[in-house]
Design a protein around this ligand. Structure first.
Ligand code: FAD
Ligand code: NAP
Length: 316
């Protein structure tokens, strides 16, 4: 039985691991299904993390976080968690996708979010073959070619700006006239001569052949436009990763809000003692790296008190 199990190795999970181990917890495991770093490693430009005078890539920002946390004893296991179950003595069993299990006195869920699909015809078929959700990963394939971006939030606009540095032209397709993104980002997009806005428009269909995407059919105010682009970047929001809390009976281990986010208090405590939610997965998150890191620290500090308080475990 370990003291603490952290699920997710993004900014929230890594900071929780740093504070928990540096704060004296002896046995802390972080399960991260991929490489630690989280969603921000997909970002080509971060300019709002405090302490950095110049923009950095998400990869650069996160480079030292795992190393720093592991210096104080955080154990990272590259495994996917399937489910968190609460036992009758108040401890938790973590079921892993490989069939193994781990027991912990407390659990921090820091599983973040996953990019949403837009739902147009051909999106699945050409995913990874022209349709992408990561400009940093795939942008370079379209050097000096025309590409399209779908979405009107911060991610879509920031990644359109990034792609404009590589591609010969970027078509930004958005279903409304106004944008959700920060006004300063909208201004930069509007001023960029390589970005053409296609507003009040949706992608109806992606088409291509066995080599990959050749274009997209767009519907704009009743007419169809055939945009011949080999790359379409879809940034239409995200799904909250709370699957690990789903129980055998179909219910969730703790309270979620109407958007499926984990409801927490100011100490990141969920409705279940010993279970915490941090970062993008929790309700009312500002969905920023700095906030996720803050949540991780807040939760870890409370976990230390919680473990002290429960003392020796009572049998069921
Ligand atoms: P995440 O970073 O999403 O980490 C969650 C981790 O949990 C992932 O690594 C995932 O693999 C893991 N995981 C999920 N499920 C399981 C499971 N079942 N088992 C094991 N591991 C699991 N924020 C800013 O502050 N500034 C920016 O400029 C900015 N730009 C962004 C640009 C892009 C393209 C994107 C996508 C996001 C951007 N954000 C930005 C938002 C920022 O990335 C997030 O707010 C932040 O990463 C949230 O951290 P987190 O630790 O809560 O979750
Ligand atoms: P988002 O803010 O939810 O925006 C999603 C966009 O996609 C919206 O413009 C939406 O249109 C559009 N959309 C949704 N479904 C669609 C569909 N099926 N077809 C076409 N368009 C569709 O998502 P996000 O941009 O990924 O941002 C998520 C969070 O991370 C936000 O809180 C954001 O502020 C944060 N973030 C911050 C930064 C930063 O601080 N620099 C960078 C990236 C992300 P409507 O507008 O019409 O709904």
């Amino acid at each position: 039985m370990v003291d603490l199990i952290i699920i997710g190795g993004g900014p929230a999970g890594l900071t929780a691991g740093l504070y928990a181990t540096r704060g004296g917890l002896k046995d802390v495991i972080m399960f991260e299904k991929g490489m630690p770093g989280g969603a921000i490693t997909q970002s080509s430009e971060v300019e709002n993390y405090p302490g950095y005078c110049e923009p950095v890539t998400g990869m650069e920002l996160m480079e030292c976080w795992p190393k720093q946390a592991m210096r104080f004893g955080l154990r990272h296991e590259m495994k996917e968690v399937s489910r968190v179950v609460r036992e009758c003595d108040g401890t938790f069993t973590i079921q892993l996708a490989d069939g193994s299990q781990e027991r912990g006195k407390a659990v921090i869920v820091a599983t973040g979010t996953t990019p949403k699909k837009a739902g147009f015809e051909g999106e699945e078929e050409f995913f990874g073959r022209g349709v992408s959700t990561c400009a940093t990963c795939d942008g370079f394939f379209y050097k000096d070619q025309e590409v399209a971006v779908l979405g009107g939030g911060d991610t879509a606009l920031e990644e359109a700006l990034y792609l404009a540095k590589i591609a010969s032209k970027v078509y930004l397709i958005h279903r409304r006239e106004s944008f959700r993104a920060a006004p300063s980002t909208v201004e930069r997009v509007k001023k960029n001569p390589k970005i053409e806005l296609i507003l009040n428009a949706t992608v109806k269909r992606a088409y291509g052949d066995e080599m990959g995407l050749q274009g997209v059919i767009i519907e704009q105010e009743g007419r169809e436009i055939d945009l011949k682009v080999p790359g379409l970047f879809v940034f239409v929001g995200s799904i909250v990763n709370t699957q690990v809390l789903k129980q055998e009976d179909g219910g969730y281990l703790c309270e979620l809000n109407e958007r499926g986010e984990i409801v927490v208090d100011l100490k990141m405590r969920t409705s279940v003692p010993g279970l915490y939610g941090c970062g993008d997965v929790r309700a009312d998150s500002a969905r920023q790296v700095v906030c996720a890191a803050g949540d991780g620290a807040t939760a870890a500090v409370d976990v230390i008190h919680y473990i002290e308080k429960i003392g020796e475990l009572k049998p069921c």
